[in-house]
Design a protein around this ligand. Structure first.
Ligand code: ADP
Length: 716
């Protein structure tokens, strides 16, 4: 290669080098750029991470705040429940006291209505609490034995006053094919019915409200009932029909202003219906009315045939009754009831038609024995009918019974003036109508006698008078408790604060302390702690019964853990209070050797009737939950024996023994005691046989109780 060739090559190499260098520079610039971008991205990422951390911190903070708020809400609910329950306590307690005094049947009826209404108000208050429980998923059902027809009648009674004030007809009809003896949460059913019927009354200005119950399906053990509550009110627009079942939803703003309400009722009802294994829905047309349908499942009471429905005295058969009411539904219901008792009803729809029917019937010698007449009918009302009937010549005119509306006090007086034999408030329940008819016909003196016995007389006479320290800061409650205890022959010392309670306990000897949990300065828990601390050295144990107005779960446990011996919740029920106090002091339940017991009889009837002071209604209220609860307790006992679990067995047997102790059944009591002792001694040989004997005893006790209640005609 010559010199030219070299130069040429060198130049090319130099050019190539320069090109390469330019490329490298370019790449380097790119890399620098990329590096720059990367670091920017990195920075952004860091900022993002910081932001995320901040957000997560904020989230944590708000979560804690939400938890605190929820706790505060729970506390608020508990306090509110306490505040509202205190005056309720006074209303219910004082009504109870008034009911326990000498009263005319009429006064008793009015006061009973006050009492039922107060009870239902309490149900509403509990409803508000329920809603929060529902939200927290903490609402449980408490199934107990109940009788559908009478319960339903009772539920509707509380709304009768409101319905009748608006001159609305309120009626209910339970088809014959619906079983009466059920096990379910009657309290929650009542809540649903009160909500639906309450709404029906609220949103209806004229016409009638009807509750119908029919079976949806049934098996030997279970039944699903279909309830329909219809009204002839304002109706609900199609587009709103779904929303009203949501919480705080109302048909429309203007109705809210006009009718009031919270929009909570249906939300709670639909939740309760769901818990009862059913569904709720509404059929409605604006301006025509609404029908709310819901279903609910109930267990059927075992062997209900052992406890037949209402048994009318034989004297009623074929008696002719004239039913005069302008409401077709009411007529139909009453006629159905009368037919079921084998009476002969005739129905007419006006006062004039009633008089005509009497004219037609009498000359034939087919005397109408009873005229059941509605007080408020257009044209000729019930009173005018009564007047006309009274003017008739002999033979003696038929007996007149008036179907009146709640709240019409004048009606009662007018009925008396006109010699009307009975004055029934609508809607009339089966038992009320039957009682009234048997009474006016003089067929049964037992009911009348039972009525005079008073409502709240209780349990065994106390063995000895007790000296009770009452620590309670509410003056009304003080009065109520002192009054109740005094009437039972006990003496009391009252203090209004925890501090005074402690001081008194130093100075005076008491048999038992009744202590409000929520007191100013030093609350019931603190007082109990101080008392128990003192006792550790002194060696004595004074029984303390806690009273609390708070309805929140876990209170019972808290009281017992704090060293209190019993717990009762407010509003105070005389029976519970006395049972708790006297039961604690007079020794283990029922271990008081009843000398006059008849050994071959399961229950000592005489002793038992004396024990409830002749108040068989009270006995029924004691018996129903006992009967419903027994199978479960016996189940626990069997499982405990199979597992050789002495402590569970001891507790279960002890509990059953306590319950049995209320019913004067010495042999059954003995059987439970035997099991309890075996468990306590840790020797379970023969436990199975003892359990079988107990089960057998309890079955006999169950039958004996039902027979006693049936024979005395006490109904739910
Ligand atoms: P409230 O306490 O407002 O009555 P509910 O949840 O019981 O709450 O009812 C929600 C709404 O549903 C009511 O405000 C009303 O607009 C409508 N509603 C319920 N029942 C009826 C009825 N029988 N007739 C007409 N509207 C009704």
């Amino acid at each position: 290669m010559g010199a030219v060739g070299y130069r040429h090559r060198v130049r090319r190499l130099v050019r190539e080098k320069q090109e390469l260098e330019a490329k490298v520079d370019e790449r380097t610039a790119e890399v620098v750029l990329q590096k720059d971008e990367l670091s920017k991205a990195n920075e952004a990422l860091n900022r993002l991470i910081i932001q995320l951390e901040e957000k997560s911190r904020q989230f944590e903070e708000s979560k804690v705040k939400a938890e605190q708020a929820s706790e505060a809400k729970g506390e608020f609910l508990a306090n509110m429940s306490h505040e509202i329950r205190t005056p309720m306590n006074a209303i219910i307690g004082m009504t109870g006291l008034a009911l326990d005094t000498e009263l005319t049947a009429e006064q008793r009826r009015y006061l009973n209505t006050v009492k039922t209404s107060a009870d239902s108000l309490l149900t509403i208050i509990n409803g508000v609490l329920d809603f929060s429980k529902i939200e927290a998923g903490k609402l449980d059902l408490h199934p107990l034995a109940f009788r559908l027809r009478e319960s339903l009648g009772g539920m509707l009674k509380t709304l009768a006053l409101r319905a009748h004030k608006k001159r609305l007809e309120l009626a209910y009809h339970v088809l014959d094919s619906v079983p009466d003896f059920l096990i379910g949460d009657a309290g929650r059913l009542r809540q649903i019915i009160l909500n639906l019927v309450g709404n029906a009354v609220k949103f209806t200005d004229r016409g009638e409200i009807m509750v119908r119950v029919e079976p949806d399906w049934k098996t030997a053990e279970e039944v699903c009932l279909h309830f329909a509550v219809s009204d002839t009110g304002i109706g609900i627009p199609d587009e709103k029909q779904r929303a009203i079942f949501e919480a705080f939803e109302q048909g429309d703003g203007s109705t809210t202003r006009r009718y009031g309400g919270t929009g909570l009722g249906l939300a709670i009802s639909s939740k309760l219906v769901e818990l009862m294994g059913g569904r709720i829905r509404v059929d409605s047309k604006v301006g025509r009315g609404s029908t709310f349908h819901f279903t609910a499942r109930f267990r059927r009471q075992a062997k209900p045939s052992a406890r037949p429905g209402l048994t009318p005295p034989p004297g009623l058969r074929d008696l002719r009754v004239l039913v005069a009411d302008d409401s077709q539904s009411t007529r139909r219901i009453i006629v159905d009831m009368l037919r079921a008792w084998h009476m002969q009803p005739f129905e007419v729809e006006s006062g004039r038609a009633a008089l005509d029917a009497l004219d037609r019937a009498d000359p034939d010698g087919l005397r109408i024995r009873i005229v059941l007449v509605d007080a408020q009918m257009p044209g000729m009302d019930g009173f005018a009918v009564a007047e006309q009937v009274n003017r008739r010549p002999e033979p003696r005119p038929s007996t007149i019974m008036m179907l009146a509306s709640a709240g019409e006090l004048r009606d009662a007086a007018r009925c008396r003036e006109l010699g009307v034999a009975a004055h029934l408030i609508k809607p009339v329940t089966h038992s009320q109508l039957l009682d009234a008819i048997t009474k006016v016909l003089g067929l049964s003196g037992a009911e009348a006698a039972a009525e005079g016995l008073g409502a709240v007389r209780l349990l065994p006479r106390p063995k000895r008078p007790l000296h009770v320290l009452v620590a309670e800061d509410n003056a009304v409650n003080q009065e109520l408790v002192v009054h109740l205890l005094k009437r039972r022959g006990h003496t009391t010392t009252v203090v209004s604060s925890g501090r005074d309670a402690l001081a008194r306990l130093e100075q005076e000897k008491f048999d038992v302390v009744l202590m409000d949990v929520q007191m100013p300065e030093m609350d019931g828990f603190q007082v109990t702690a101080a008392v128990r601390e003192r006792e550790r050295t002194a060696g004595r144990h004074i029984p303390i019964v806690a009273m609390t107005a708070s309805a929140m779960k876990g209170d019972r446990e808290r009281c017992l853990e704090a060293g209190m011996d019993r717990y009762i919740s407010k509003p105070i029920h005389a029976a519970h209070l006395l049972q708790a106090l006297e039961g604690l002091v007079t020794g283990p339940n029922g271990e008081d050797g009843r000398e006059d017991a008849e050994p071959d009889d399961t229950i000592d009837r005489k002793a038992l009737v004396t024990r409830v002071d002749g108040d068989l209604e009270l006995l029924r209220r004691m018996a129903d939950p006992f009967i419903a609860d027994c199978p479960r307790r016996l189940g626990v006992i069997k499982v405990a024996i199979a597992r050789q679990d002495c402590s569970t067995l001891e507790r279960a047997a002890h509990f059953l023994k306590g319950s049995v102790g209320n019913f004067c059944a010495p042999a059954v009591f003995e059987a439970a005691l035997r099991l309890e002792r075996m468990a306590r001694n840790g020797d379970l040989s023969g436990a199975e046989e003892a359990a079988a004997r107990l089960e057998d005893g309890i079955e006999r006790l169950r039958r004996a109780l039902l027979a006693l209640l049936d024979a005395s005609g006490v109904r739910a």
